[in-house]
Design a protein around this ligand. Structure first.
Ligand code: FES
Length: 325
């Protein structure tokens, strides 16, 4: 074996040993190269954590605890009221309008027509308004993130902040008669927007942030025994399995309730939370669900838990899933 080859094997072995010392959450995906490079960059930027901590603490104190006014505003911004995350709905506004700005600017560069310039400026302003709503809802979703996802989310937010600064400056330059310089700035902003959108998409599609964590769970279509009725203690959250799906049960008087156990927000076990007045609270970020029907009472969850019909037969509690995710 040549000296060079031997040296490279030793280095590779050292890298692997370093990786083995890390928690898996700290190791960026090894492939494909683009995701690996982005993951390495985010992992190396420890200043993001220094910045994220105080901002996150401030947001959490602003929104307060379930039941408080601030938390109701958080419900609104998370999208709990419509059963869908609000942030991705609003991000379509700046993305769409700034795409129109870019196209109109290209036409203007060819024709220098006054009407085209006016329409382009209008789409730029609409995008800035949409960006404001996207920023507020995005920061609200981000306030519940941890670890590498929190870093990635903050990087996404900072890039978006930079885009807003570039586009605001572009608008001012256009109004001051320096249209070509303004067009250059908004075009650069559009390039950054594409990269930032990639990061936001990575958080959702690769990391599962904002998706329904019950979406892939099944459940029995016919009544299936899950536990002995005598083992269910009055008022105590109890976890069981209905076929392949974990469920949480609660007995109140003569009634037994059962909903999905995996918190739709980020997958924590609801059975490890607490229950009050027939509402279960997730131990992780405080989402609350009604035991009687699985509906979301308090964000950050936006998706309801699956419901189960309950019957007792031959001393066994039997469950049947009622609705899809
Ligand atoms: S996992 Fe976040 S509130 Fe349940």
């Amino acid at each position: 074996m040549s000296g060079e080859k031997e040296k490279s094997m030793v280095l590779k072995g050292m890298e692997e040993a370093e990786d083995a010392d890390k928690k898996w959450e700290e190791n960026p995906p090894s492939s494909p190269p683009l995701r690996h490079i982005i993951g390495e960059i985010v992992a190396s930027q420890s200043w993001l954590d220094t910045l994220a901590g105080p901002i996150q603490n401030w947001l959490c104190s602003l929104y307060g605890e379930p039941g408080q006014t601030g938390r109701k505003i958080k419900d609104l911004l998370n999208g709990t009221w419509m059963g869908h995350a609000l942030h991705p709905v609003l991000t379509d506004i700046p993305t769409g309008t700034w795409t129109a700005t870019l196209l109109l600017d290209l036409v203007w560069l060819a024709e220098e027509h006054e009407d085209i310039a006016r329409d382009s400026d209008l789409t730029l302003v609409l995008g800035l308004l949409g960006a404001l709503g996207s920023a507020v809802t995005g920061a609200t979703d981000w306030s519940d993130l941890e670890g590498a996802n929190r870093r990635l989310g903050l990087m996404h937010g900072l890039l978006n902040g930079g885009i807003v600064v570039l586009n605001t400056t572009s608008l001012l330059m256009r109004k001051l008669g320096q249209r070509r310089a303004g067009v250059t700035l908004s075009s650069i902003a559009y390039g950054v927007l594409l990269f930032s959108a990639y990061l936001g998409g990575d958080l959702v599609f690769a990391k599962g942030i904002g998706v329904n964590h019950e979406a892939f769970e099944g459940g029995p279509d016919t009544f299936t025994p899950v536990m002995n009725v005598e083992d269910l203690v009055e008022g105590k959250l109890t976890r069981a399995n209905a076929g392949s799906i974990p469920v949480v049960l609660l007995k109140q008087g003569n009634t037994i309730y059962a909903i999905g156990d995996i918190c739709t927000h980020m997958g924590c076990s609801l059975a490890e939370g607490k229950v009050e007045d027939g509402v279960v609270q997730c131990p992780c970020h405080g989402s609350r669900f009604r035991m009687s029907d699985g509906s979301v009472v308090t964000s950050p969850a936006v998706y309801a838990e699956p419901r189960f019909a309950v019957q007792v037969r031959n001393g066994k509690i039997e469950l049947r899933r009622l609705d899809q995710a």
